[in-house]
Design a protein around this ligand. Structure first.
Ligand code: NAD
Length: 428
């Protein structure tokens, strides 16, 4: 999380801007610019050395007009109520744009999970559920993994909830391990979803994917599969990825003159998305400053790490060749940088459209849990492609109809769907 950016103010600002364009009733705006419910709680954890450490946990349910709140749980040292609020609000727009019957929520814990042993992580996850179980559930609020959390943690959380309520309840959380209630295709879902939107945007802009080259920020769940998808599904090249090096407390860009091989890089990357830079160097990769990914001579940028990465300073470094920014991360572009991209005619695929693949397959996971019948990987990815393509088209159509920027068009589609659901339920 970038220090100077208040993500919630940014999320409210984006909403206010479109609410004004839509001439939305100020009373409706007042409802939607705030979360419906917020929880902040302490999580005491018995550490392996016998001490007790107290962590701060969060859950925010922004809106559930279209269905149960839905959104990940992040374990990140810079987590605050405001980051969780922003992410919860973006989830409302994301589930609406993907047109899945869910609302928006988000949770978190201010912690660096890599600093905990496996046992400490398990106790933290189980205690998070003990604090929240009354207010989550398949028909209330369904968490999922996000930055710093993974499928094993979701398995522990599902187990803790099932133990408390006394019934096996896989639908309480998604992103569970395959074989433990998880869906095939979930691990690729967000990254491949990003690439489905890039593919559609390339058709729209008349760009040849096989002549395209991308620079990707991050090398975690989203960026790994975005990189694989860019090469395998589109036939393009990936100039670089990047990562945060915990030991050096610095970010690095990892590039290769012939393009990176994400499948090889996966073999030298840990579960937190940290690349072994010595092994990368041995294999002919070039290690540069973490900020350099943005200045590469490419036509596609895919920020897929953290918020606020394309900002007033970094936006100046973007090459003139860049035609498209596909926002794999949530909130990677600050409003100042957004203005510059708009002015320079860069086609932006806004975050809550671009990275909606994860929540869409999370929804499929819940559907499969309800049916107690599981689809193949191909079935999941095919359904995902259909949903994401429809979502992309609805935004492009709105942008053309209203003559507005893609981000504003995406907000217009989502806000309209949420307001209609509120009206239909008699909430307005
Ligand atoms: P992750 O924890 O798996 O990976 C994050 C990656 O970013 C790691 O490689 C890490 O080293 C790198 N990173 C962190 N700080 C960095 C920095 N300053 N510079 C360069 N690299 C840095 O996380 P993820 O699940 O891939 O999520 C990435 C983004 O996508 C987040 O904004 C998240 O909210 C969003 N997102 C994730 C999903 C999902 O399904 N995982 C879905 C939608 C949106």
């Amino acid at each position: 999380m970038s220090e100077q950016i208040n993500a919630f103010k940014m999320a409210q600002g984006q909403f206010d801007n479109v609410a004004k364009m839509l001439d939305l009733d100020p009373q409706v705006s007042e409802i939607l610019r705030w979360p419906s419910r917020e929880f902040q709680f302490t999580i005491p954890v018995h550490m392996d050395d016998g001490s007790i450490r107290v962590f701060t946990g969060y859950r925010v349910q922004h809106n559930d007009a279209r269905g149960p709140s839905k959104g990940g749980i992040r374990f990140h040292p810079a987590e605050t109520m405001d980051t969780v609020r922003a992410l919860a609000m973006w989830m409302t727009w994301k589930t609406a744009i993907a047109d899945i019957p869910l609302g928006g929520g988000k949770g978190g814990v201010a912690v660096d999970p890599a600093s905990l042993s496996i046992g400490e992580q398990e106790r933290l996850c189980r205690h998070w559920v003990r604090q929240m179980w009354r207010n989550i559930g398949p028909r209330q609020d369904v968490p999922a993994p996000d930055v710093g959390t993974n499928s094993r943690m979701m398995g522990w959380m599902m187990d803790e909830y099932s133990q408390i309520v006394g019934t096996y309840t896989p639908g309480v959380i998604t992103g569970k391990p395959v074989g433990g209630g998880g869906s095939l295709g979930r691990k690729e879902a967000t990254g491949f979803g990003v690439i489905y939107t890039v593919r559609e945007a390339m058709k729209h802009l008349n760009l040849d994917p096989t002549e395209s080259i991308a620079a990707i920020q991050g090398f975690g769940n989203v960026s790994q599969y975005a990189a694989i998808g860019f090469i395998d599904l589109l036939g393009g090249k990936v100039a670089c990825v990047s990562y945060w090096d915990r030991d050096d407390r610095a970010a690095y860009t990892v590039s290769h003159p012939e393009g990176v091989d994400p499948r090889f890089l996966q073999t030298i990357t840990d579960i937190y998305g940290t690349i072994d830079k010595d092994k990368a160097r041995e294999a002919g990769y070039v290690i540069e400053d973490g900020d350099d990914w943005i200045a590469k001579d490419v036509n596609v940028l895919i920020p897929a790490a953290l918020e606020g990465q394309i900002n007033a300073n970094s936006v100046k470094r973007i090459s003139d060749r860049v035609r498209m920014v596909a926002e794999g991360a949530n909130g990677p572009t600050t409003p100042e940088a957004d203005e510059v991209l708009k002015r320079n005619n860069v086609f932006v695929i806004p975050d809550f459209l671009c990275n909606a693949g994860g929540v869409t397959v999370s929804y499929f996971e819940g559907v499969q849990n309800d049916m107690n019948y599981y689809w193949t990987n191909e079935e999941v990815l095919e359904r995902l492609d259909t949903k994401i393509t429809q979502a992309f088209n609805s935004v492009v159509e709105m942008a053309a109809k209203e003559g507005v920027y893609m981000r504003d068009a995406a907000y217009m589609v989502s806000i309209d769907r949420v307001v209609k659901a509120m009206e239909m339920r008699g909430l307005l």
